[in-house]
Design a protein around this ligand. Sequence first.
Ligand code: DAH
Length: 441
Amino acid sequence: MTKLFRNGHIFAALSNRCKYSTAPKSICTLHINDKEYQSDNFTNATPKIISYLGRNLHLQKGHPLSNVRQRIVDYFYKSFTHRGNPTFSVYDNLSPIVSVKQNFDDLLIPLDHPSRAKSDCYYLNKETLFRAHMTAHQSELLHAGLDNFLMIGDVYRRDEIDSTHFPVFHQVDAVRSQRKEELFVDHPDLQIFEPIFDPQYPEAFTNSTTDAHKQSCHTLEATKLMENQLKTHLLGLVQTLFGNDIRYRWVEAYFPFTHPSWELEIYYENQWMEVLGCGIVRNEILARAGPNNSIAYAFGLGLERLAMALYKIPDIRLMWSNDSGFLNQFNNKDVNAKITYKPVSIYPQCVNDISFWLPNNITVDTFINNDFYDLVRDIGGDIIEQVKLKDKFIHPKTKKHSLCYTIVYRHLERTLTKAEVNAIHKEIEKAITDSYDVVIR
Ligand code: DAH
């Protein structure tokens, strides 16, 4: 079980004083899963976010996310075997609390990359965060000597609030490596590495990604063969889930940890939807973690998107529902059964705007929207269906800056009364006033 803070007092101190301000007013010790983390001016993980730890929806039997996870694992088990044993090993219980090194540095993510920003991640302190992607475990597992593996779990990102975004979601990430003898079984004369590159001394060679088609250390044959396998296997996966008729397209992409890189999109409900990112693992990552004689491909996909499309689940918050009307539609069924979600019932929305004047030291452009979204979610919980910025305004005379957001409230399982929504809305107004010195208009 997730243990939050050692005692209620410290918890209260964090929730009241450290939470929303850019710099915590006091140093707190956070106790999570029997480990201690000292807060600092990076700390921005809220109690609400911490409360999602340990839910492990991807492992909850009969849950739609668990069913999709099972189908993906089955696909890899069936497609790749070695002497009757599955080639891939599966890690679905790794701790979501990781170091900055694991989440970014080991993956060659530049220091100034926007994904590292406090406004995008939940940090426990400047060295530790809730993993923002499952790729965070790639290097450590390579280092442990693994070559073909799947990493499955919950990931955390600060983001907008709407029917397809939730600050916690689930990913499957994978690495498939091959040595020369495996890759070129039928062509023993072909090589993975360019002759000028000595894999024994990978650091002696500056691997470059300036050529759009391949990393400078790799031969074109090895890269093309891997690309071909990667695309065949991932398309096979998507066709296994959605059927052979699914419309798809490959799009060139950029990730700091792969080159070349692609995204796979499928056509769903009249638009293209990105379902996964992938590419050839940068050789520096492999060489640093251990294997210096192989080439690997990697990919990462989001389970929520696939499950929502597969079962026609209209709102991502439903994934967190404990309502039996939702869960029983997926429970105790064959994981491969074709299921279409039937809305339990649709309860009305309640829409309320909130506008406030910002203090002089914050402008409409420096105010961090994600800070506001977290505050709203912390107070309103899962009845917050959507928060969107409606208007930015600068008073022509006083030059005062003001923001207006629309908050859409909807409970998934019952009708909300106007009075209870108003009470929550008032609480949000009070919290934003206390935390940012704003003045409600
Ligand atoms: N980690 C990426 C994300 O969360 C997805 C991804 C892309 C994972 C390419 C990979 C990869 O392993 O090779 O957006």
